[in-house]
Design a protein around this ligand. Structure first.
Ligand code: SF4
Length: 563
């Protein structure tokens, strides 16, 4: 035997790569408990059990795999048991943290809400959700305190106005974002509404697409302000004008925040509007068939995109999921407009739309009913929610604008809020969320209000965004805020925030998005938050050069100026 032979005989056989749970590569063998329950019984089937059993027999009759799993496909999560401190978040199990009441997410899909529909939503909030109503940054309406016994009646009322909770949460295609001024803005390139509707009708509630590896987020806009945070959705259709083919969409795939943030990437294709739904089904199918399912924290589409890159993704889309290739297409142009639609703007028909701020997204059933009254007094019958937690009243005659603005301000919905309140954001936080370590909504509201007072009369343009999360998940998009705050317990049991600085998106008035960077080892106690933000913003105002944004400044400033 030669020396070579000896080394070969000792060589370990090459190990087969570990299956990642990609259905088209590894087969459908479930590799974790979530994949087991999703395959055992389609999550959409829980709807009939809610109607026929759980709502009649009460909370205690709910099977655990439905309660902690499939209920999400019906937009239902158990909310956090009241009175539990922040330590409980890490010490107790999900089941132990759960109350007998639910958060219910109503998907709006960026559609217009008639004043009549808004009153129905208001009534549901008042009668069945203790008046709670949060407008989320995905244009949904979130209710709390929902009793399982009332779910059938809530669904009946929602369905009477064309709304639903189906697939509002869960491993499926959750509520869509659409430009809040689709169809009305004077400078719109294309109205995505009919194409989004077709995508919805093909996919939502369809068992072909009800078992995806993880959540899947969808956005579309035809507005030049790029107003749907397209860079951080799993798939986005962004309006562009093709020089030969006319208006259509530029396709972005694989964005998402959470604990590992990725921007979506352009595939470089032009999507003619009539092919948008086919392309959408193709992208969702790729995620279903090739998405990683073994580890849930690696299961979002962004991880597949990272490994494949846009060229391979395009090739698989065109060759395995579409009838024919797509033409190359242009990138969307950056217009420099801010995409939150705050204030008063002219529509293409000469009337106006009025964008009011629901501060940190929090309203109530009572407020929503009053918004419907105010809108009708202003001659409007159509309302929109926005991905920036604004309420827009469409179709307002010029001579009614002032009275409407005044009425909205009286309701606590400012049309011209201070800069901090305008762009501030907060997730649900410890009040209702089982994952949270800190209170966020009320903290954000008071901090933003106080900052507006402290900087009154000073020009802060563009505004500096302060976003608060209760945990490392990024429901309030902390990585894309100027000042992003991640809730955690610091120094024992003190609620506080880890600080990220310098995040942005194109719709925030900067040409290219960037993720914020954490300030090394730096955390702020919740009680010191206003003082900290004031200090860092004053450092910026003193130190910035002409035209420099907060994001750019935070990358070059000395570390002590950031603390
Ligand atoms: Fe809950 Fe965390 Fe999302 Fe806030 S960021 S709502 S604490 S999961």
């Amino acid at each position: 035997m030669t020396a070579t032979d000896t080394s070969q005989s000792r060589k370990r056989p090459a190990r087969a790569p570990k299956p990642q749970g990609q259905w088209k590569v590894d087969g459908k063998e479930p590799l974790n408990a979530n994949e087991v329950f999703k395959q055992e019984d389609d999550a959409l089937n829980v709807r009939s059990r809610i109607l026929e059993k759980y709502s009649k027999e009460g909370f205690s009759s709910i099977e655990e795999s439905d309660l902690m799993g499939r209920f999400r496909w019906m937009g239902l999560y158990t909310q956090r048991r009241q009175g539990l401190g922040a330590r409980a978040t890490s010490d107790l199990s999900d089941l132990e943290l759960a109350d007998e009441y639910f958060m219910m997410r109503v998907r709006v899909d960026g559609r217009e809400i008639s004043t009549e529909a808004l009153r129905v939503l208001a009534g549901i909030s008042t009668e069945f959700a203790r008046g709670t109503a949060d407008i989320t940054n995905r244009q949904n309406l979130q209710l709390h305190w929902v009793d399982i016994k009332n779910v059938p009646e809530i669904w009946r009322r929602l369905e009477s106005i064309g709304f639903e909770t189906t697939e509002a949460c869960g491993d499926c295609t959750r509520g869509y974002l659409n430009s809040p001024v689709a169809g009305v803005a004077a400078d719109e390139i294309i109205d995505p509404t009919p194409y989004l509707q077709e995508m919805h009708d093909r996919v939502v509630g369809n068992p072909e697409y009800s078992n995806l590896p993880r959540k899947f987020k969808t956005a579309a806009t035809g507005h030049p302000s790029l107003d749907v945070v397209h860079e951080i959705n799993d798939v986005s259709f962004v309006g562009v004008e093709h020089p030969e083919l006319g208006p259509g969409f530029d396709l972005w795939v694989g964005g998402g925040l959470s604990t590992v943030a990725h921007f979506a990437v352009r595939l470089g294709v032009f999507v003619p509007p009539e092919r948008a739904a086919d392309v959408y089904e193709g992208v969702v199918s790729i995620f279903r068939d090739y998405g990683y399912r073994r580890l849930r924290n690696k299961a979002r589409l962004k991880f597949l995109m990272k490994d494949w890159g846009p060229e391979k993704f395009r090739e698989i889309l065109e060759t395995e999921y579409l009838d024919s290739p797509l033409p190359d297409g242009p990138a969307p142009e950056y217009s420099g407009q801010r995409g939150d639609h705050s204030g008063v703007h002219k529509q293409k028909d000469g009337r106006f739309y009025v964008g009011a701020t629901a501060v940190v997204g929090r309203v109530s059933g009572e407020t929503l009913a009053k918004v419907a009254d105010l809108a009708e007094q202003a001659g409007s019958k159509r309302i929109k929610f926005t991905p920036h937690q604004k309420i827009i009243i469409l179709d307002v005659a010029e001579d009614k604008v002032d009275a409407l603005v005044e009425g909205l301000v009286d309701l606590g919905l400012p049309v011209y809020p201070g800069p901090f309140t305008r762009v501030g954001m907060a997730c649900t936080g410890i009040e209702y969320c089982k994952l949270s370590f800190v209170e966020t909504k009320e903290k954000a509201r008071t901090v933003l209000d106080e900052l507006d007072k402290r900087f009154e009369g000073e020009v802060i343009d563009p505004p500096i965004s302060v976003h608060l999360n209760g945990c490392p998940n990024s429901c309030a998009r902390i990585q894309t805020a100027d000042i992003g705050l991640k809730g955690q317990l610091i120094e024992g049991d003190t609620p506080g925030f880890q600080v990220h600085l310098g995040g942005s998106l194109a719709g925030d008035n900067v040409p290219e998005g960037e993720f914020g960077q954490s300030v090394r080892g730096f955390k702020v106690p919740a009680d010191d938050l206003t003082d900290y933000v004031e200090k860092v913003v004053r450092n910026f105002l003193d130190d910035r050069s002409e035209g420099e944004t907060f994001a750019k400044w935070s990358r070059r400033a000395e570390e002590e100026k950031l603390k």
